[in-house]
Design a protein around this ligand. Structure first.
Ligand SMILES: O=C(O)CCC(=O)C(=O)O
Length: 266
C-alpha cells in the first residue's frame, strides 16, 4: 500500500491520515478474539485501569502469532517506510482496550514527548499507526487530535504519574487551549479494519468510555532504524531494544492465518 501525493500532502498539513477498510472482517475477527484472550491473562505486559479492567496490552507481537503478523504487515509498514524513507523497527506495540464503562482517559500529550524524555529517542522519526478492532464511535472514547499541532515541535510537558495507571508526559490546559483555538479538535471515527496514522508530535488524547461499547485499537509505534532509542528507562516490553529492521510478511499472511483459525474453531 503506497500513499498517494494527495494523502502525503494531507498528512504533512494535518498531521494524521485515516485509511478506511484496510483489514477484512476475518482478519479483524482473529485479532479481536486474541486481544480478549490476552486481556484475560495475567501477564505483566497487560496493564490495567484502577478498576482492574484492561487498559493496554504491550508487546503482543512478541508472543502471539496473529499480532506478530500484524506487526509486520505490509499494509502498515509500507506507508510509514514511505514517509521516513528507510526501514523501521518496532519501538512499542500496544492493544488499547478502552473497556466498556471502565475505560479511562488518555490526557492531552504528544507521543514523541514521552519517547524522547523516557526512551532517549533522538528525533520525531517514529509514529503510531493504529488499527481499529471495534467500531470507533463519537461516544466510546475515540482518539481526539488537534490538527496541525505537529508543526509546533516538542512542547513543554509535565510528567503525570497519578491521573491514570499509565505515566505520561502531558500538556497544560493553556497550551491545549491555544492549539485548539488555532487548529480545532477532530475525532476520527470508523468501522473495524480502519487504520489511522499520526505524527509523533501531533497533540492528542481521549476521554473515558462510559458507554457499553468497547473500543479496542492496536497501536504499532514504528521508528526509523537510524533513529533508535539511546537512553531507555522503561522495561524492554514497553520500549523495545531490538532494532532489527522489520521484514514485512506477505499481504495475505494474516488472512490465511485467520482462515485456519476460524476452521479450527468450528
Ligand atoms: O487509545 C487511546 O485512546 C489513546 C492512546 C494514546 O494516546 C497513546 O497511546 O499515545
Amino acid at each position: 500500500m503506497t500513499l498517494t501525493p494527495t494523502q502525503l500532502k494531507a498528512f504533512d498539513e494535518q498531521g494524521y491520515l485515516f485509511l478506511p477498510d484496510c483489514f477484512a472482517a476475518d482478519e479483524v475477527a482473529v485479532l479481536r478474539a486474541e486481544a480478549e484472550r490476552i486481556y484475560q491473562s495475567d501477564r505483566q505486559e497487560v496493564w490495567r485501569e484502577k478498576s482492574g479492567a484492561p487498559r493496554t496490552a504491550f508487546a503482543a507481537h512478541t508472543y502471539n502469532q496473529a499480532f506478530r503478523l500484524l506487526g509486520a504487515h505490509p499494509r502498515l509498514i509500507a506507508p510509514v517506510e514511505q514517509l521516513f524513507g528507510e526501514q523501521l523497527y518496532m519501538h512499542q506495540f500496544k492493544i488499547n482496550a478502552k473497556a466498556p464503562f471502565d475505560g479511562e482517559l488518555w490526557q492531552w500529550h504528544q507521543d514523541y514527548g514521552t519517547w524522547a524524555r523516557d526512551d532517549g529517542m533522538p528525533e520525531p522519526r517514529a509514529m503510531n499507526i493504529s488499527v481499529f478492532l471495534d467500531e470507533v464511535l463519537p461516544i466510546n472514547g475515540p482518539l481526539m487530535f488537534i490538527p496541525r499541532s505537529h508543526k509546533q515541535g516538542t512542547l513543554a510537558a509535565g510528567h503525570d504519574t497519578t491521573t491514570t495507571s499509565y505515566p505520561l508526559w502531558t500538556l497544560d490546559h493553556e497550551t491545549v487551549k491555544r492549539l485548539a483555538d488555532e487548529g480545532g479538535i477532530v475525532a476520527p471515527t470508523g468501522k473495524p479494519g480502519g487504520v489511522l496514522l499520526f505524527h509523533g508530535n501531533l497533540v492528542h488524547g481521549s476521554t473515558a468510555n462510559i458507554t457499553p461499547y468497547g473500543r479496542i485499537i492496536v497501536y504499532l509505534t514504528l521508528c526509523a532504524v537510524s533513529n533508535h532509542i539511546r537512553k531507555p528507562t522503561r522495561p524492554d516490553w514497553i520500549a523495545h531494544r531490538d532494532f532489527t529492521p522489520i521484514v514485512p510478511v506477505a499481504d495475505d499472511a494474516l488472512l490465511q492465518y485467520a482462515r485456519r483459525y476460524k476452521t479450527a474453531a468450528e
